[in-house]
Design a protein. Structure first.
Length: 200
């Protein structure tokens, strides 16, 4: 029987970006299918956006991100964060790729790399279209689909699924009804995939 991992993530999460390639490699290694859900943080369940945290915690957050980025072979760009648009609409673009059966992992990585490494403003439609087109997609068609009621409804359904599952932050992985929050939890996901389920 095929193993399936539910993957709750957002395009604007640097942690989801840093964990995406290791997670995809892990799923491939264990022949596990990934069932993706593009969501925001779920504040009703306790999710807290970085902008709403005390300054000392935000400072540590950035330092920790840089440590993990170095470990993952990435260099994150924090220079123009304040001037960039909300990256949330990029999630609808990925949802459109998921819905149409396209390579959503490739598109996700392209958008996150543009946002977190090159500092591109993926909140703007023309920027998203260009990124998707460079990655080999029909960017204009995907963007048009992303604006549809069907994609909006799918996004809302993903949110409700995550909320009901007890998800609060991203990325979160769910395997056999066990939740693992954060890309630093991937070692526990792997142990579970191997049959060694660890639960308190």
């Amino acid at each position: 029987m095929t193993k399936t991992i539910d993957y709750f993530f957002s395009i604007g999460s640097p942690w989801a970006f840093l964990g995406l390639e290791p997670f995809a490699a892990l799923a491939e290694q264990y022949n596990a299918a990934i069932r993706p859900y593009v969501i925001p943080l779920i504040e009703e369940n306790g999710g807290i956006y970085s902008r709403n945290r005390p300054e000392v915690r935000r400072a540590y957050w950035i330092k920790d991100l840089k440590r993990w980025a170095s470990l993952r072979g990435k260099v994150l760009n924090f220079d123009n964060r304040a001037t960039l648009s909300d990256p949330t609409p990029a999630g609808a673009l990925v949802t459109a790729a998921i819905e149409s059966g396209e390579d959503w992992l490739k598109l996700t990585l392209a958008l996150q790399d543009a946002f977190w490494v090159r500092g591109e403003d993926i909140g703007k439609a023309d920027v998203r279209i260009a990124i998707a087109s460079r990655a080999g997609f029909d960017g204009a068609a995907l963007e048009a689909r992303a604006q549809s009621e069907a994609i909006s409804a799918l996004g809302k359904a993903s949110y409700e699924t995550a909320k009901a599952a007890g998800v609060f932050g991203v990325p979160t992985y769910r395997y056999e009804d066990e939740l693992y929050w954060g890309q630093d939890s991937l070692p526990f996901v792997e142990r579970h995939l191997k049959g060694e389920k660890l639960a308190a």
